[in-house]
Ligand binder design. Sequence first.
Ligand code: ADP
Ligand code: ADP
Ligand code: ZN
Ligand code: ZN
Length: 844
Amino acid sequence: MRDPLTKTGHVRVRGAREHNLKNVDLDIPRDALVVFTGVSGSGKSSLAFGTLYAEAQRRYLESVSPYARRLFHQMPVPEVDDIDGLPPAVALQQQRGTPTTRSSVGSVSTLSNSLRMLYSRAGDYPPGQELLYAESFSPNTAEGACPQCSGLGRVYDATEQSMVPDDSLTIRERAVAAWPPAWHGQNLRDILVTMGYDVDTPWRDLPKKDRDWILYTDETPTVPVYAGLTPEETRRALKRKETPSYQGTFSGARRYVLQTFANTESASMKKRVMRYMVSKECPLCQGRRLRQEALSVTFAGMDIMTLSRVPLERLAALLRPYAEGTAPKGKARADKHPEQLIVTQRIAADLCARLDTMLALGLGYLALERSTPTLSPGELQRLRLATQVRSNLFGVVYVLDEPSAGLHPADTEALLDALARLKAAGNSLFVVEHALDVIRHADWIVDVGPQAGEKGGQILYSGPPDGLRDVAGSHTRRYLFTDAQDAVRPPERTPREPAGWLRLEGVTRNNLHDLAVCFPLGVMTGVTGVSGSGKSTLVSQVLVDLVGAALGQGGADEETEEGMDLEREADIPTVGHIAGPMHGIRRLVRVDQKPIGRTPRSNLATYTGLFDQVRKLFAATPAAKKRRYDAGRFSFNVAKGRCEHCAGEGFVMVELLFLPSVYAPCPTCGGARYNADTLAIRYNDRNIADVLGMTVDEAHAFFADEEAVARPLSVLREVGLGYLRLGQSATELSGGEAQRIKLATELQRAGRGGTLYVLDEPTTGLHPLDADRLLAQLDRLVEAGNTVIMVEHTMRVVAACDWMIDIGPGAGEAGGKVMAEGPPAQVAKARGSRTAPYLRRFLS
Ligand code: ADP
Ligand code: ADP
Ligand code: ZN
Ligand code: ZN
């Protein structure tokens, strides 16, 4: 084989030191599919995103105006000596959590623009109506938006019920819960006192006239307020015309809620008032968001909003006859000018070509109107990828983060195809990936390792795939080359017998319709199926909702921090119930990849609780006792012991004029986070800041004699996190690392049993080696009498489960049924299951 490095140009990296990278040099080909592999935490992302992409972006931003620069989410300047031959880069990174901007499948893919053009130029207009511009078909423009709901499709209002949740309370007892809290709310109450309203009678016993005025009036009278006086005293003060404390202006509760909702810039205020609002479908447009003129224009018999709600697969089928010129030419159509037929055909053909790419990537079950915050990170990335494939860009490098995430093996072929098309168009592809199917298709592999964190950061191999076979230190090699002598083989195991069954009935949500399903208890279950078949709906929404409700715990939506989504209200709630007993399930725990905290104030040590023990040890030293330092003294979140200059953060924010702010080590404590007096206390010759700087491995050795500290540390080592530093902040941890920290925390309490653990694609971001470690941990949870249920795509992992539930056969409305269930060996034989053929290879 010809050396790809000489065939085309190449990218030359010298002295890369970002994060854990060990001053590495690297040469990789352009116009090729380069896959970065290695165990989690080895430094793949630091190389592909932190170094290569960050540098490409930095060079690009140097060429644009400072104003434009501010619009980018800029990455830090990478630690690297030199990079040559780097093309401009586009990153298609997985974004966890909700994207900040409100967008939809149609807007991200720009398909909505073409559809509007189609309606504007080639739609069927009612007789006498003038042609509309394309913008008139967008709910986001003044020309298009329904005047009653401003294009939202729903109207929001505040009612007595929503604003006064408990009408047995008096106004003084805050019956009007929607009013602002604290001083402002008290002020409104005092105004009512001045105006002679009764604030000490239960709300429901007040005259309707008074209740209506307080809630709904648009008047804003300004009256004297006598703060702190009783109603009786106020009356007298008014009569005597005493000088009031101040003049206060009243606002009705609804006015306050609606205005705050519309005008506030504070997300938490908005979220607060939303709790007191109700919404319903807009009566004017029936939720279709557009003006009547726009809705009266049809294509293929549908208005544009109705068409935006059909799955892409059906949309493509509807448009195809127009693209191919075979659509029936009805009377209206025949009357049209021939140019219009040409316009129809051209736009429809363009739409079909772009839709085909999306269908090929397994996105046919989505609709244009689906909002991006409701997509999984993998779906969003594939949507962006599909858009890029059609963009006709060339000469750029696409940097992707695990594009196979969320993909069933049956969908992976299409992904490889899309990548091949981008490459054929003259682009380079740098992909961080763990799926062996994808790695096998690489033109070039960069294997990073050998281990994670400080024990990684070296390039073990850089070259065509076959050469990796001879690299002894590579973990990837042992999974990739199954014929190698020391290849890792799937463990032989006998499935455990379920201890009981949890039966759900009448389940209806998204594409699940009146489904009945049984989950085995006391074993490990893998839920499989092509992407969009309904796995997450069943496990992460329905199961979590129903079991959560039965246990009185929060459901699926409870814990989302950005719970203020407008979409959420329109969400179809879970319909269904648990049939029969819960068989001793006492607790429900979701182990996901969400960050363990959003501020640098939480870290590994605080989250797992082991820092409490460490602080006690420091407080128990003779020196600390002498100075009367308690455990709180050793917390960087408490004023006593921390460095006050940085308030215990260890760094300070430096504002730059045109660039995003950067963090710099605190000049007072040099990053130690504590004040000098606290740092003077030593335990076995180390101060508290030294301990936070230790890796888990180091700390495990250091605290070997302290069971309460050593035990959680050994669990962290077992889940493969020995390389993390105790003080590493939550914001610097990857999703996979966060997940394993949660799991380690759970493993410490596993002894109790009776817990149901729910995981959604737990192996995302995990090298096969790490996935095996994860499995071993989950196995321990089951052995301790718990139940594990996970959505999973990796067949190696699924094959190791005790039980499987395969959902299908297809995606969206073509899915949502249980295709097969049973131990893996049995599911592997099931007919009609698209999972079975892939599973067979892992069951010998
Ligand atoms: P991989 O992509 O191979 O899983 P990463 O490149 O994400 O690995 O991480 C390599 C090492 O760098 C890990 O030890 C990780 O904890 C550390 N790391 C990652 N991001 C940061 C960061 N923002 N600051 C400091 N360390 C980081
Ligand atoms: P899987 O987990 O198997 O990939 P999902 O459960 O995510 O599948 O999706 C099943 C179906 O439900 C798909 O048609 C998907 O588009 C739809 N769906 C999922 N989440 C939502 C949502 N928040 N709003 C509307 N439709 C949704
Ligand atoms: Zn409307
Ligand atoms: Zn400081």
